[in-house]
Structure formats: structure tokens, C-alpha cells
Ligand binder design. Sequence first.
Ligand SMILES: Nc1ncnc2c1ncn2[C@@H]1O[C@H](COP(=O)(O)OP(=O)(O)OP(=O)(O)O)[C@@H](O)[C@H]1O
Ligand SMILES: [Mg+2]
Length: 435
Amino acid sequence: MSLGALLRMWRRRALLTQEQLAERAGLNVRTVRRLENDGLLQPRTTSVLALAKALELDGAERATLNAVARGHPTDRPTTAPADPSVTGPRPWTIPRQLPADVAAPGVRERELAIVEDHATMPELNEVVVFVNGMAGMGKTVLAVHAAHRLAPRFPDGQLFVDLHGHAQATAPVEPGAALARILRTMGVPAKHIPWHPDDRAALYRSVLAGRRLLIVLDDAADEHQLQPLLPATPGCQVIVTSRHRLTCPGDVRILSLDTLPLAEAITLFTRTAGCDRDTPPDVLAEIVRRCGLLPLAIRIAAACLQAHPAWNAHHLLDRLAADRLTELTAGRQSVTAAFDRSYERLPTDQQEAYRLLGSALHPAFDLDTATALLNTTTTQAIRLLDHLLNAHLLQEPAPGLYRLHDLIHAHASALWPPDGVRASLQVRCHTALLT
Ligand SMILES: Nc1ncnc2c1ncn2[C@@H]1O[C@H](COP(=O)(O)OP(=O)(O)OP(=O)(O)O)[C@@H](O)[C@H]1O
Ligand SMILES: [Mg+2]
């Protein structure tokens, strides 16, 4: 291997441009160019030393460089380039970061097919599938399951980045920090990661260019966090999950997860709880209905049954009739905690609107009722309702009609207001309904 080929290989490995290497080594950029083009065959010893230092060569690599620079070409590169035609840096490790696949067979198969079809249609330019939905709907489980199925199509690896949009006691990850972590994973030495977030994002896009990577960005908080993490070139597929309806630039396939159909909900429950075969179907149906057909709640209810060998399905059903939110807790998982994290992320005016809507006797209401409950103008009520819709704390089954999911209704009404205020709000709500 010639001196020029070696230097070029090491420079690319260090993710440096010719200008950056020249600056780092204290050399003129023309010297670096001439060296790489084998137009300067016997460089000064000081230049060779400076280059070795700037390129962070190890002992064996320095010996090779010295030998070649003294006119002894080598055919033993100390670090072989993976592909001589490569125009950018290669990762030193192929990331395989997907968490375990815990999806139950027979659950969310339709949604899985949508993600898979999307990712396997080469004529599509959309590189992003955006899975959104209420807390505990199964967004992460679906994204991870789909990613495992798609992994063989992405030979350059699979990244999984938890953006902690709604994590307990952890603020959402800063985009710059997420970029730094990904770059390190891709083999970029910490000292070569630029300080400025824009430069990090640019380096990230360079590293991804020409590669086939599958990237799962889980639990995104907002567009500001997400934007720099989206690749600019096709070839990479991204699956984003979020509790919010975010606006992603470019062509994006949006998949909003709803509650499970009854049959799938029962499948999920029985697979987890391992119910005996003679449990009446109507009892199973009632249990999953009381879980609001929400996967998180169903899994927790099933785990509770499993953890108490003395219980049977009837007993679980009775307990869920009494106080669902208190019952739906298993170990560190709880429906209330999951909803709390959505609520805590809201600005105060939306928090108040959420509590006020929770005070309605019925979980379904129209715009006039909502306006009366919120005690505001129609315009302001629409604005608040839109925010809650975007956060998946509210549903809109038909234009102008709103609905709180059963468990959300229970959660919101437990937060506030005290009984006296609640009564007056209910009067306000009923008056609105009558008029
Ligand atoms: N397809 C599925 N198969 C088996 N279990 C599932 C499935 N979907 C969801 N679950 C169960 O529901 C729980 C919640 O799912 P998941 O964490 O994917 O929800 P999420 O929508 O990502 O919630 P969050 O908004 O809190 O991130 C999981 O821990 C799992 O137990
Ligand atoms: Mg999730």
C-alpha cells in the first residue's frame, strides 16, 4: 500500500477532511493533498510524526507509516479499509441495539403489516414510519417487533434510541446528546465528535450516507428533539414512536394506534395470564373491557392474576369493578404512572383543562359542553381541546365530538377538583347539555 493510500484510509477512519487533518497536524493543506496523491514521496520526519499524532495511530500503525515514508511500501495495512470505494468513514462496529421482542402473536398484526409493507417498498421515498398513540397503546412493542422482522434488510445495523419523551424522573434527551451517543455507537471517537449540535447533526448525516441502517427513535418528545435525528438520505429506515402527533418533515407514513379489537385484547390477556380453558368468554371480555382495551392495562391485569395463584378470573373482575386504577399496578408498571407522565408534561392551562374535562359525568361530550366546562370562549376551548388531542389524552370520534378514554376519564377525574367545585362544574355541564 502506498503512503497516499494509507494516509487517506487513516484520515477517513478518523472522520477528518484534508483541511481538518492539515490543521490538526500543523501542515499546509496542499502538503496533505500531495501526500495523499503520492505526489510527495519522502516527507520530512517531523511531518510524519505530526500526521501520526493527528491521526491517533497506534504503535504498529506508526511503524508502518515510518517504513512507508522512508520508501518501503507495505502490503500489510494495519487496519484494512472495509471497502476501497468508500467515500466516507466506516463504522467500526455494526450496531445491533434492538431490545427484546415481547410482542404476543395475534396482536397488532394489521399494524405490523403496515410498517413492514412500508419499509419493503423500494419505490417509496418515505423513510419514516411514525407510530403515535396514547400511553400504553403498544407503540414501543410494535416498533421493536417490526424492527426485528425488518433487521435482515439492514446490513449496516439497527439503532435503538430511547428519547425519554415521557420517562419517569428523566427529562427528554437533548438532541445533541442523542447524536453524540449514536456517533459513538457508530465508532466515532469521543474526541472527534463536534461540540456544536449542528455540526454533530451534519456528521451524523455523513456517517449515515450510503448505509442501510434501521433506526428506532422511541418516545420522542417533540419536533425539536426529533428533527436532527432524521437521516437526509434514503437507504435508512426510521421508526419513530411518540405519544404526540408530531409533524415530521418530508414523506412520512403515520400510524395512529387505537385500542385493541376485543378478540386481540382477549388473546393478549390469556397469553399473559395463562387462564384455564374453562374461564367463560364473557368474563374474559368484561375484564379486557374494564382495562379499556388498552394493552398496558391488559398486561398489568394479567400479571396481577398470575401473581396471585389464589385468584381466578371472576375475582379479578370483581376487583377491577371496585377501583380500576388502583388495581392496575404490577411491580413498577402502573397505568396511573403512565398517565401521570403525560399530564406532568402539559403546560398549566392544559393541565387545568384536562382536570376540568375529567369532572364531566360522561366521558363523551360535544364542543358546547366542553366550552362550558372549561368556562372559556369557543375559540380558546378548541385550542385547548386540540392540544389534548395531540397529546392523545382526548379522542375525537366525530367532528365536534370528544371523548376521554375510560381510564383517562378515571385518571383526570381523580386529580381534581374537590367535591364542591366538582358539583358546580357538573351543573355547568348539564346546563350546557340542556341548552
Ligand atoms: N403487541 C403486544 N404484544 C404483547 N404485549 C404488548 C403488546 N403491545 C403492548 N403490550 C404490553 O403493553 C405494555 C405497553 O406497551 P408499550 O410500552 O409498547 O406502550 P407504549 O405505547 O410504547 O407506551 P408509552 O407511551 O408509555 O411509551 C408493554 O409493556 C407490554 O406489556
Ligand atoms: Mg413506548
